[in-house]
Design a protein around this ligand. Structure first.
Ligand SMILES: C[S@@+](CC[C@H](N)C(=O)[O-])C[C@H]1O[C@@H](n2cnc3c(N)ncnc32)[C@H](O)[C@@H]1O
Length: 238
């Protein structure tokens, strides 16, 4: 692992979640999809399992399959939910998950594959009537400030209409979409800010760069939270 990657994971390992999200996001998505009876739920790109408790709350009897391709996150998830035999953590590719699932939940991870590609790839893994809920970075105004542009440099971020078009291109109906709440961002950033403060003293060059970038990201979101964020989408195959 490169020094940069090692520094990245020094900041991120052990955080409760790896992207914005909160329990009410999961409850809202399930309500929008009209889902009630769950046998199996997939948490695709689960990270350390920040949404597993919320998924368990909406699907008390279900098997919850959490997949992430970063082994330490799945190790942490297994420790965190060791008292729940219905939570199965796998290291692997979230696109290779074997269905059927009534709900595929994918918070902040679908961009690794692409919205259209992931939705198309998950079609056969969905149970009849099942739905995919995902969150994806999104511009909420057409002319974002320079700091927001800089944050997304090299990353193909689009707006609500752009994400809707990506969903349609996969042959899915977009049932509902709303911005992820400020509380969801704070649930991600506040523990990270505490970690940054703890790691600053004595940080080497690689770690300092990672901490600076994280500080910049947090400051940009705090300054421009109405201009960009994550869009939480609920979609079902047509
Ligand atoms: C931004 S994090 C979000 C994690 C978690 N859903 C959350 O909200 O806390 C994205 C996660 O996707 C994982 N990931 C990326 N591509 C993946 C793939 N093809 N299969 C499985 N996991 C993947 C990363 O390792 C990372 O943990």
């Amino acid at each position: 692992m490169s020094a940069e990657m090692a520094a990245f994971f020094r900041l991120h390992r052990g955080l409760p979640r790896e992207g914005p999200g909160c329990d009410s996001d999961v409850a809202w998505a399930v309500e929008q999809a009209g889902l009630r009876d769950f046998k199996r739920v997939l948490d695709a790109g689960s990270g350390p399992g920040g949404d597993v408790a919320a998924l368990r709350a909406v699907a008390p009897e279900a098997e919850i399959v959490a997949i992430d391709n970063h082994t330490p996150f799945i190790d942490d998830l297994k420790t965190r939910f060791s008292d729940d035999a219905g939570v199965i953590g796998y290291v692997g590719d979230m696109m290779a998950a074997q269905g059927p699932f009534e709900l595929i939940w994918c918070a902040g991870a679908i961009y690794f594959v692409g919205v259209t590609e992931a939705l198309a790839g998950w079609r056969d893994a969905l149970a009849s009537g099942g739905a995919v809920a995902f969150s994806q970075a999104c511009l909420f105004r057409p002319d974002p400030p320079a700091a927001v542009d800089a944050l997304f440099e090299g990353y193909p971020v689009t707006d609500v209409a752009g994400i809707a078009a990506q969903v349609a291109a996969a042959g899915y109906e977009l049932l509902a979409a709303r911005p992820v709440s400020d509380a969801a961002w704070e649930a991600y950033y506040q523990p990270m800010e505490a970690r940054i403060a703890a790691l600053r003293p004595g940080a080497d060059a690689a770690l300092t760069q990672v901490l600076d970038e994280a500080d910049r990201e947090i400051a940009t979101w705090r300054a421009h939270a109405r201009d960009f964020g994550y869009l939480l989408c609920v979609a079902r195959p047509r």
